[in-house]
Design a protein around this ligand. Structure first.
Ligand code: DGY
Length: 323
């Protein structure tokens, strides 16, 4: 019997691609140019498994294409708001993601952005790069102390908890959070974390707010003008979740008008096309969606997809099945 046909939509780490080649009749994407909607439809019609990632929009139009051969979509990424899950379900497609393996690295990036924003690191680096630094002075680029402050988490899943561990045990921060579901009490106790009743309570109490909720319609513009106004003027907002969780026009206004002190962003509404007004602001640190970008994690993400499709082709339930 011939090997199953697998289509990968973007370039993956070389060692995972080598494994794919050994196991499957695989079509890789050497050019790394994202597939168009028509190409994604064709992939669904010609492969047994399609392996997209967070930049591929698998809309209902794409997923509803006729004469599909694909039975499984193995997403390379923990977030899967790029896939219209209801349509996938209705079409009988199995969808998997890559949880666990990117937890620490994404939490590290959130912590990095928190520190960059608090200590005005981007502004400082610009001063050096633009050759405008005239030397040390007592009033230069004075930021906010991090140690001992309150970190407010919106969402309390794996990545939020990993950030809380780093912030609490490494920086002595007090942890408060909002989560729609009640987390394990032993986890809360180990972090001396307090669950708040509302998002508003977290925003008004925390010195640093970090977003860790999934993207999608339910959380679109969760952080809007009204909520940004509840934050302390000395507070910082960190987003490593999904860009559309924050209303970027409202955030730009908040940063310009000093409702909050700063922001650290790894994700953007409509990325990679971010609102150009962000580029004119001094009090924002901007990274290009680097959350999981370490050698170890990207290989582990690929291996997780491999394990999921291997289980499927062996007639078993993939471990990371989301639909
Ligand atoms: C994810 O996995 O959802 C990230 O955004 C990309 O690593």
């Amino acid at each position: 019997m011939s090997n199953p046909k697998v289509i990968v939509t973007r370039k993956w780490p070389a060692e995972v691609e080598a494994e794919l080649k050994a196991l499957y009749d695989v079509q890789l994407n050497e050019s790394d140019i994202p597939l168009t909607a028509e190409e994604l439809k064709l992939a669904l019609q010609t492969a047994d498994a399609v392996l997209p990632t967070v930049t591929d929009a698998l809309t209902s139009d794409v997923l509803n294409v006729e004469n599909k051969r694909a039975k499984i979509i193995g997403n390379f990424g923990v977030g899967y708001n790029n896939i219209d899950i209801n349509t996938a379900k209705a079409q009988g497609l199995i969808v998997t993601n890559t949880p666990h393996v990117l937890t620490d690295c994404t939490a590290d990036i959130a912590m990095l952005l928190l520190l960059m924003s608090a200590r005005r690191a981007s502004e400082g680096e610009r001063l050096i790069l633009e050759q405008k630094w005239l030397g040390w002075k007592p009033t230069q680029l004075v930021g906010q102390k991090v140690t001992g402050k309150t970190l407010g988490l919106i969402g309390f899943g794996r990545i939020a908890q990993a950030m809380a561990r780093k912030a609490h045990h490494g920086f002595g921060m007090k942890i408060i959070f909002f989560s729609p579901s009640q987390p394990d009490q032993t986890i809360m106790d180990s972090l001396q974390a307090t669950r708040c009743e509302t998002v508003e309570q977290v925003l008004s109490e925390a010195h640093f707010v970090s977003l860790h909720c999934p993207g999608g319609e339910a959380t679109r513009h969760l952080i809007n003008e009204k909520r940004l106004k509840l934050m302390r003027p000395s507070a910082h907002l960190i987003n490593t979740a999904r860009g559309d969780v924050v209303d970027s026009n409202a955030l730009i206004k908040a940063l310009k008008e000093g409702w909050i002190a700063g922001a650290g962003l790894d994700v953007y509404e409509g990325e990679p096309h971010l609102n150009p007004e962000f580029l004119e602001l001094d009090n924002v640190s901007l990274l290009p969606h680097l959350g999981s970008a370490t050698e170890e994690t990207r290989v582990a993400m690929g291996n997780r997809v491999l394990a999921n499709i291997a289980a499927f082709f062996a007639g078993n339930e993939p471990e990371d099945r989301v639909v």
